[in-house]
Design a protein around this ligand. Sequence first.
Ligand code: IPE
Ligand code: IPE
Ligand code: MG
Length: 239
Amino acid sequence: MSVPAHVCIIMDGNGRWAKKRMMPRTVGHKKGVETTRLAVEFFAKAGVKHLTLFAFSSENWNRPAEEVGSLMELFLQSLQKNTPELNNKGIRIRFIGDRFAFSDSLMDEIGMTETLTQDNQTMTLNVAANYGGQWDIVNAVKKIAIRLDSGELSTTAVNQALLESELSLAGTPDPDLFIRTGGEQRISNFLIWQLAYTEFVFTDVLWPDFSEQEMQAALNEYASRQRRYGKTGEQVEAI
Ligand code: IPE
Ligand code: IPE
Ligand code: MG
């Protein structure tokens, strides 16, 4: 069975999970962290080499201050709690997104986690926090513009590979499989550049309910797809 090298997930539905139980949204986020741990272990065991999780979008700052505050608190706590075990399992943890908007204590924890786990080889976990696909592209363009301005680069050097080299997932193969839980069928400004040829799987299951069986079902669905990259089905079958 073909296993995706890179899986990315929009972990959605925590709020609705809590609402269904007449509980505050924060309870859903807490339960969601447990699913996140389960998912990291499941996909690492399945042989996935890169897992990118959407934890907080650039647009999530627009939520009520109380929810944003408790999410930040939860990030910090779950990093402190889970990093040692993930490190023991050989997981490298990296953050993508604009980390400078976070508190000093969260930024410090992010930096320490990245340094501690940087040589781990089993799987790389990319946590997208304060991440937006549009931000990522604009950020890359800015870096290229600086090099153009200084004369280090000429316009003729600007191509797809150069832009990719400045994106936050530079050096990581594009996602093979995209999963979104929670029933919405949209990208919500996740990895818009990198999803160009990714296989999409949407499920109505809310993130806190997303089980190993559902994770396996997504991998099975991926294995059943034919990726054509613009070619015909016959051409692909001939390879
Ligand atoms: C995803 O769950 C978690 C974050 C965006 C941080 P939501 O909080 O969006 O849950 P719903 O979509 O309201 O159910
Ligand atoms: C996307 O979910 C962001 C994360 C899961 C972190 P949202 O719940 O913010 O997306 P929209 O607002 O429904 O598009
Ligand atoms: Mg949501």
